[in-house]
Write a new protein. Structure first.
Length: 274
């Protein structure tokens, strides 16, 4: 089993590197703190983890906290502790020497997910549940720009954004509010053409990939990747089928443009066109 997992890793890294050399001419660019601002550091087992939201990131942060001795089990760590506790250091918090030392000697990994599925997962999480950041900041701007005859209530709260409106915002070059890490390209979040990742895991094969990674870094035997769903745990995870239901609400041209938007992620991580 390990042998086939090694093989899969080699293949994923080969495709990633080939895509980079074909499309990106920035191989010799200097790595700045900005490029590593999404990378979490675990010094004990010497791991660098680039956070890709909606691809198992909460549970990966729990694993890093356990590796670091900050908790004895992933089950004990609450959602808010993971995201707002600031227990884990980020790579951009180190000086130039500290950044380069870690990039050159630690095991660098990222986990990704099929781009449309990741997008729908983010939409469901941020817009279909009460949220005191995404509704007022993104929701209000999206509704006032893309909804004809919006009610006063909708404009006031920013709640009830429709998937189609969200996609209009995403594809608008003059979008009324900026990008957000939950729907940005992995290519932009983790700079895989600049940083040579040692391990590329996929959400779709999370259990195998995660436990293989833990085996590679010599993690304690009893530490396995947690299976629980972090937020809205009573709700079904975003599947291919659910994703198709959301994309069915769009016009063929919007679907094509959404694919074009994530084209590099599809190519680089070898996901087939939906």
């Amino acid at each position: 089993k390990w042998k086939s997992l090694y093989q899969i890793q080699r293949e994923r890294k080969r495709i990633m590197r080939e895509t980079c050399s074909k499309y990106k001419s920035n191989n010799r660019r200097i790595i700045t703190p900005y490029h590593v601002s999404r990378i979490f550091v675990e010094d004990k087992y010497r791991v660098l983890y680039c956070e890709v939201p909606k691809a198992g990131c909460s549970n990966w942060k729990r694993v890093l906290m356990v590796l670091n001795g900050l908790a004895s089990s992933t089950k004990d760590i609450q959602h808010n502790t993971v995201h707002y506790g600031n227990y884990l250091k980020r790579l951009d918090g180190f000086d130039h020497k500290g950044i380069y030392h870690r990039l050159n000697t630690y095991t660098k990994m990222l986990f990704i997910r099929e781009p449309f599925e990741k997008l729908v997962s983010a939409f469901r999480d941020k817009f279909e549940h009460p949220n005191n950041y995404y509704h007022p900041v993104f929701g209000k701007a999206i509704i006032s720009r893309y909804r004809i005859n919006a009610t006063k209530e909708a404009l006031r709260t920013g709640s009830g954004v429709k998937f189609k409106e969200f996609i209009q915002y995403l594809l608008d070059v003059h979008r009324p509010v900026g990008m957000d890490i939950h729907w940005d390209h992995v290519n932009r979040l983790c700079s895989p053409c600049l940083i040579d990742y040692d391990f590329v895991g996929k959400f779709e094969s999370m259990e195998d990939d995660a436990n293989f990674f833990l085996h590679l870094i010599g993690a304690p035997q009893n530490l396995t990747f947690p299976k629980f769903k972090d937020r809205h745990s009573n709700e079904e995870r975003t599947t291919t089928k659910i994703t198709q239901q959301y994309f069915a609400q769009l016009s063929p041209s919007q679907r094509q443009r959404s694919y074009d938007f994530y084209y590099m992620d599809y190519l680089m991580f070898n996901y087939s066109k939906p």
